[in-house]
Design a protein around this ligand. Structure first.
Ligand SMILES: NC(=O)c1ccc[n+]([C@@H]2O[C@H](COP(=O)([O-])OP(=O)(O)OC[C@H]3O[C@@H](n4cnc5c(N)ncnc54)[C@H](OP(=O)(O)O)[C@@H]3O)[C@@H](O)[C@H]2O)c1
Length: 350
């Protein structure tokens, strides 16, 4: 029963995915007599936590109510009051949570002990799906760096786009939909000025009727972006990374000066800066040059290769611009997407 209700809490947590950073996404359900009577999710940093929203839906001191929460409830003041105090004051009888918060402030104050001191039954019940869900939050909390996921669509001969001429759409609609789901779940999308100038992409989320603007980070070493690029109006905000002293402004953007390393922008510094902005999950959509460089520098945690049954001409742009970029321990899984295939490579941490 614990697993069933914690997975229901996870479904609630997923609603906030891509909106809550630097906070974790949290979902919660209230159960009475084996039935879910209320559910809530944390929607955005600075707004009430899932537990607080849940408690507003149940009368105080209601008998036999258990709260199932995806993450250990918080016990400190941030922008909102501690959830542990709200649970105690509401007269809840039982709390079951799945994931121990790695935030040292929460760990120090021991939520379970506080709740138990007020006669509340507390169970920590780990669930694999929820542990996986908090991977990025956990990694960011410990390292202050985001997890990086890179996608590239390639032909059977490893090409990703034509070197000149029109933009080519390689992957099928199932892969496209997957891309939009991944964009939605990420905190920020990373691309390059080269891809922006060649493709003029929107880099927003378009799923059915839903349209959602995301923060977008753009590597633009020389500040060469065209101010008319559509991305400035389709992104929630743009973070433009550059190495140029020139005074330039772009619409809806913040410029960040980055150091150079071996004649190119220091990508490690960019990723670290994105972590400093509070992003836990970076989704990368760019060409083969950035794809190869990120792998070469071992900055990627997960790679999605969309494999498309077509061939582009020999001089088309390659996904693999350096040798040995995949020489690193990894696991791989394959997912059929109609007539395309997605290979998911999870790189082992060094
Ligand atoms: N198939 C797909 O999934 C997919 C996705 C997106 C885009 N594309 C296609 O990709 C093509 C562009 O690919 P591309 O490989 O030419 O360009 P890209 O990877 O998008 O961007 C290349 C730029 O990134 C910067 N860069 C390169 N190496 C770097 C490094 N080590 N460190 C930091 N910055 C570095 C460089 O900027 P500076 O020269 O200013 O240093 C370089 O011009 C487009 O045609 C687009 O359609 C395909």
């Amino acid at each position: 029963m614990h697993k069933k209700f914690l997975l229901a809490a996870l479904e609630q947590a997923r609603i906030g995915q891509g909106h809550c950073a630097p906070n974790p996404c949290v979902g919660a359900v209230a159960v009475q007599n084996g039935t879910i009577i209320a559910q809530a999710s944390h929607r955005c940093a600075g707004t009430p936590h899932a537990e607080q929203l849940l408690l507003t839906q149940i009368p105080p001191k209601m008998p036999g109510v258990s709260l199932y929460i995806s993450l250990e409830p918080c016990n400190h003041w941030g922008r909102t009051p501690p959830c542990v105090d709200a649970i105690i004051n509401h007269g809840v009888e039982e709390v079951v949570f799945a994931y121990l918060d790695p935030n040292p402030v929460v760990a120090k104050n021991n939520s379970s002990e506080k709740l138990r001191a007020h006669g509340i039954k507390v169970t920590h019940y780990p669930v694999d799906e929820i542990t996986e869900f908090y991977k990025s939050y956990s990694y960011w909390t410990v390292t202050k760096r985001p997890r990086v996921t890179v996608k590239i669509a390639q032909t059977l001969n490893g090409k990703i786009g034509r070197s000149v001429g029109e933009r080519v759409i390689l992957s099928n609609t199932l892969c496209e939909e997957f891309t939009h789901q991944m964009r939605a779940a990420a905190d920020v999308i990373l691309t390059t000025a080269k891809t922006v100038s060649l493709d003029n992409p929107k880099m927003n989320v378009r799923l059915g009727q839903e349209k959602q603007a995301k923060p977008v980070a753009i590597i633009d070493r020389q500040l060469s972006l065209d101010q008319q690029s559509i991305i400035f109006s389709t992104a929630a905000h743009c973070h433009v990374y550059h190495c140029n002293e020139r005074e330039v402004s772009y619409p809806n953007s913040t410029l960040h000066f980055m150091p150079m390393k071996n004649g190119v922008m220091d990508l490690d510094a960019v990723i670290s800066h994105l972590g400093g902005l509070g992003y836990h999950d970076v989704w990368v959509e760019a060409g083969g040059t950035l794809f190869s460089a990120l792998h070469q520098e071992r900055l990627v945690h997960r790679t999605y290769l969309y494999i498309v049954p077509s061939i582009l001409e020999h001089d088309a742009i390659s996904a693999y611009q350096q040798s040995g970029i995949f020489d690193r321990t990894h696991t791989i899984s394959w997912h059929a997407m109609g007539d395309n295939m997605i290979a998911c490579l999870d790189w082992q941490e060094d």
